[in-house]
Design a protein around this ligand. Structure first.
Ligand code: BTN
Length: 242
């Protein structure tokens, strides 16, 4: 057993369709929280039905966590905060920000995305993709992207996942010990655009307002002439930059 990661059972594959699918076969069979990692994905999925281009050398993994669905907001928060903390420690001089709900940006460009899905029984699956050595071709994505190597973070996908899981375990422990407000505050300090005008793009609507933060379910709070509304899903665009 790896001494630094006593709590995770890790399965690594050369190639899978999507780690978010493969993990569903493993998460109920282990007494420990499970991680599935792949060196390559041939059908990587992104949020809102998009593709996640999964080039070799980048990091693709999913972890499964058994939770009460009322705690989903904390899972969203902890999974993105843990990656933010990991990257910040690797290079504190970089401008690293969380983009609601759980993207990570470096200098305003996306370096990581997460896809949370319901797993079997009471398991939630969090799938994380990080552009470690390569970013997707510009023609294939609708937003600016970067990679860690391009941004001055020199780390392998293996080491990054190990460091991430240590942070994640620590944050789960803090959550269980009741440090919810501290974790929330740290997330709010790391998120881009609080207090600024943003647009939230949903299937057929665009809603504009001031980004006020998040509620206890990690839903976005947006203030406009109609008052404060809670937004469960969507893509945000920054109208005023930070
Ligand atoms: C997004 O930003 O749209 C979310 C991207 C999530 C990608 C990861 S890679 C590992 C896991 N397996 C998938 O098919 N998707 C997630």
């Amino acid at each position: 057993m790896n001494k630094k990661l006593p709590d995770w059972q890790i399965f690594t594959f050369d190639e899978v369709d999507s780690t978010n699918d493969v993990i569903k076969n493993y998460c109920t069979q282990s007494g420990k929280p499970v991680v599935v990692r792949a060196l390559k994905q041939v059908a990587g999925r992104g949020r809102r039905g998009r593709k996640w281009i999964s080039q070799k050398g980048n990091l693709f993994f999913s972890f499964a966590w058994e939770i009460d669905l009322r705690d989903l907001g904390m899972l969203v928060l902890i999974s993105s905060l843990s990656l933010w903390q990991t990257l910040h420690l690797l290079n504190p001089r970089l401008k690293i920000e969380i983009k609601w709900p759980n993207d990570i940006l470096i200098d305003g460009k996306k370096v990581s995305g997460m896809l949370l899905e319901k797993g079997p029984e009471n398991f939630m699956i969090a799938g994380i993709g990080v552009n470690v050595s390569q970013r997707p071709p510009e023609s294939d994505v609708m937003y600016p992207t970067t990679s860690l190597s391009e941004s001055g973070v020199d780390i392998s996908a293996d080491d990054l996942m190990e460091k991430y899981l240590i942070k994640l375990s620590n944050n789960f422990a803090l959550w269980q010990q009741g440090h919810i407000n501290d974790l929330r505050q740290e997330w709010l300090d790391a998120v881009k655009g609080v207090g600024k005008t943003i647009e939230v793009h949903q299937e057929n609507v665009v809603i504009r307002g001031i980004f006020k933060g998040i509620d206890e379910n990690a839903h976005l709070l947006l203030e406009n002439e109609k008052g404060i509304c809670q937004i469960r899903a969507g893509d945000i665009f920054y109208i005023e930059s930070k």
